[in-house]
Write a protein that binds this ligand. Sequence first.
Ligand code: FDA
Length: 397
Amino acid sequence: MRTQSFDTVILGAGAAGMMCAIHGAARGGRVLIVDHARNPCEKIRISGGGRCNFTNTGATARNFLSANPHFAKSALGRYTPQHFIALVEKHGIAYHEKTLGQLFCNHSAKDIIAMLLDEMAQAGCEVRLSTTLEKVGCSEAGFSVTLGGEGAADIVCRNFVVACGGKSIPKMGATGLGYQIATQFGLAVTETRAGLVPLTFGEDVLTGFREISGVAVDARVSCGKTAFEEALLFTHRGLSGPAILQISSYWREKQPVRIAFLPGQDFFAALAAAKRENGRRSIATALGELLPKRLATHLAQTQGWTGTLGETTDKRLAAIAATLQGWEVFPIGTEGYRTAEVTLGGVDTGGLDSRTMEAKAVPGLHFIGEVVDVTGWLGGYNFQWAWSSGWAAGTAI
Ligand code: FDA
């Protein structure tokens, strides 16, 4: 096999790899991007319910988890949500803010993929799909890369960029190969675990949850000192919904999760007023006017809140209100990488230059996107990290 020469080889044609390729090739470099999948950007395609929540207007390093909370500041500060929005607007893609600064395509996530492919074609970057990495090594001349599959070749390059994501959703092509490459080159990898993922419960709790499966309610969900106020969803497998996905990234085994239903609602005042109005109503009925009815009935049954409002002392009403504002549940686990939106942990940022994403000890080797120990909240933050870190490496190679 004849050896081919490129300035940069990027492993992974996802959000981060594409962004890096665009900026690397636009600066005149010969860039090759390879992916073992048949199509690029599969996660973009399914993201945001098919509409891709492509950024969050308020994204800063505070919205990310990492062993070094400062690491993401440089890339996020230099390639901001506004830069990506300008790109989206340049391509005439219509979008809207759904909630909390989250921007979604009006039409389809495929618009974002088409935009990236168009930018890549204009920059003159080569793409090889259904192509695997067989081997990568480092020599005086740079990196020697052996590719298999449809784009099989021996390649030498100055830069090798690892953009192959984390372990979440193996069915969609996630392999965790990036962590192995980091280890091969002597970089540390922090503990990885599933993030933005539904929480699971023991059979004792689940029996009750199944009865109210499908019920959604606004809640303040907290774990330790971290709290999120968004919707919570009961499912036949446990708890899900944005508030739960958010807190799952902070939850550790054996910790309780505290749920305050309807943040801002003064349950004691509301129940006391209902008692004054009509004391013959049951507690469950009164709660059903505040909370979704099925949830109110379930809580009344499982918590033993029987009787009428008239029979209930104010002290007991205060205790009921306190439970509704601090209901503690103990998950037994998460649904794991099978459904997790992201992988927490990854390539230790201590070994990387935050301006260029280059490995400090291995010139030319870069890590970008989800493979790095930088994980965003739900709400467009993870794509913004992919764009920002991809841009940081792309403009440095
Ligand atoms: P990404 O996973 O996108 O790309 C990695 C690429 O590398 C893939 O194309 C893969 O095939 C390839 N690859 C992997 N192993 C390989 C190997 N061994 N050899 C060759 N190629 C290999 N975020 C957000 O901000 N807004 C949203 O709306 C959503 N929605 C969402 C929905 C769902 C269902 C999921 C699973 C995730 C999201 N996310 C999200 C998270 C977001 O998708 C994620 O953070 C980014 O895709 C990460 O971008 P990367 O480019 O780092 O990895």
